[in-house]
Write a protein that binds this ligand. Structure first.
Ligand code: AMP
Ligand code: GLY
Length: 424
């Protein structure tokens, strides 16, 4: 039996704990800091790396890191130095997410398909470049910016304003010391996530996120308002292409360059004319993609995590998935991703339903009540024989849950309807 510490407090971390708790090989699961839905919460924040290491050492547990911030801060390196078992990439390897400049240069020198780009730290030179190109641009801050550092422009004036915002007004602080100007690719987006031991990579199920806050993909970008799995955007042929030319190439080139990547590798893909382009890499599971993906996972997750740490992934069979579809609809507090109220009591969480599970994110428990405590509050995740069935199950469960500022998109999964399912 292995005890586990899950680092993080979102819906993704609740889902990881939920899936791991089904394993006969797993004992106690701790969450640091966790949320109102997770059990055995430990009052340590994700950036308190030394405290987390001390806890993991006392409890002799295996640590699994959910979010990017502690990975970029080097949690894996600190734990490894102390001989503590931990799942995730080192600080150097996590640069694939924490520095978009690093990731773009890595893709360029290794021939991994991505939009063409230039890097700037000087606003005047960046603006000259804007004037010189014929295509529409996307302006990206180099470092972590909680999903807000990317500005998709419609014309040259918007690109110039974006350059001013990041390089002159320094809206993202040090994360915006350098910018990328890249060609805008108009296609369909999907998420392709794999688990790797540094040498081989096994695909997780495909999924599609809904990043904009309002129905019809309108309004500002968010951390993700819902996701479903599998997605027909990535058919079997495209999946093989991405697995070979994006994931396996990335893993083998990182190893060759001395920054071996162990952990979940997430490729945000834009598909155009049947071809994949990598928009971004994340060095972790997606949130909310994790919730529907794990609901479909038949294999024991802890086996794959342990084998990734041990470098023995190739000794395991490929991961097996339920053929059903799963959907996660995020319930947020009105106002997210800007300002929103907190501390509202959530009712209806006790309703039972064998087709769905309510993963908590921004919640806390106070005096036996569950209160809102963040922008993304819950991830109602449901399974169904078809995508439409899963969508209906999720929204039926949502009807029973309420608080004054509850808000969700009403069209999660809709863009996946009308095409065949059955792929992974
Ligand atoms: P990123 O964090 O780099 O994935 O960017 C956030 C979002 O911006 C993506 O999910 C896309 O919707 C959009 N985006 C990023 N790069 C591009 C691009 N080259 N062309 C079109 N849209 C993009
Ligand atoms: N859902 C997108 C992300 O986790 O970055």
């Amino acid at each position: 039996m292995v005890d586990i510490l899950v680092v993080g407090s979102g819906g993704r971390e609740h889902a990881l704990g939920w899936k791991l708790s089904q394993s006969p090989k797993v004992g106690t699961i701790y969450h640091a800091p966790g949320n109102g839905g997770t059990s055995n919460n430990v009052d340590i924040e994700v950036h308190e790396i030394e405290k987390l290491a001390q806890f993991a050492s006392e409890k002799k547990c295996l640590t699994i890191v959910g979010p990017e911030v502690p990975l970029a801060a080097g949690i894996v390196d600190v734990f490894a130095k102390k001989g503590l078992a931990i799942f995730g990439p080192t600080q150097d390897a996590a640069r694939i997410e924490s520095s978009k400049v690093w990731a773009k240069n890595f893709m360029k020198r290794n021939g991994i398909p991505t939009a063409c780009f230039e890097i700037f730290d000087d606003a005047a030179k960046a603006k000259e470049y804007v004037k010189s190109v014929s295509y529409t641009l996307v302006v990206k801050a180099d470092g972590l910016a909680a999903g807000k550092g990317v500005i998709v422009c419609n014309d040259k004036q918007e690109a110039i304003s974006a350059i001013d915002k990041i390089l002159v007004e320094k809206s993202f602080g040090a994360s915006g010391a350098r910018i990328i100007l890249e060609e805008r690719i108009d296609g369909v987006e999907a998420s392709y996530i794999a688990i790797s031991d540094g040498t081989v990579a096994y695909p997780m199920a495909t999924s599609q996120d809904h990043k904009r806050v309002y129905d019809g993909d309108r309004g500002p970008n968010t951390g993700g308002m819902g996701a479903y799995s599998p997605t027909s955007v990535i058919d079997d042929t495209l999946a093989q292409d991405i697995q070979k030319n994006v994931i396996e190439k990335t893993i083998s080139c990182m190893k060759k360059e001395g920054t071996t990547f162990c952990g979940f590798l997430y490729a945000g893909i834009m598909v155009k004319d049947g071809k994949p382009f990598v928009l971004e890499f994340n060095a972790r599971m997606g949130d909310p993609e994790c919730q529907p993906i794990l609901m479909r996972m038949d294999s024991d997750l802890v086996d794959y995590i342990q084998a990734s740490i041990d470098g023995t992934l190739s000794s395991l069979p490929k991961i097996s998935w339920k053929r059903q579809s799963a959907v996660c609809v995020v319930l947020a507090s009105k106002g997210y991703p800007e300002s929103y109220p907190k501390n509202e009591e959530i009712l209806g969480l006790d309703a039972q339903d064998s087709n769905s599970y309510v993963f908590h994110a921004g919640t806390k428990r106070v005096d036996g009540k569950v209160l809102t405590n963040g922008g993304r509050v819950l991830g109602v995740t449901a399974i169904g024989d078809t995508l439409q069935g899963a969508i209906s199950n999720a929204y039926a469960r949502i009807e029973k849950i309420g608080w004054p500022s509850k808000y969700c998109r009403t069209d999660i999964g809709k863009k996946g309807l009308g095409s065949s399912t059955g792929q992974t």
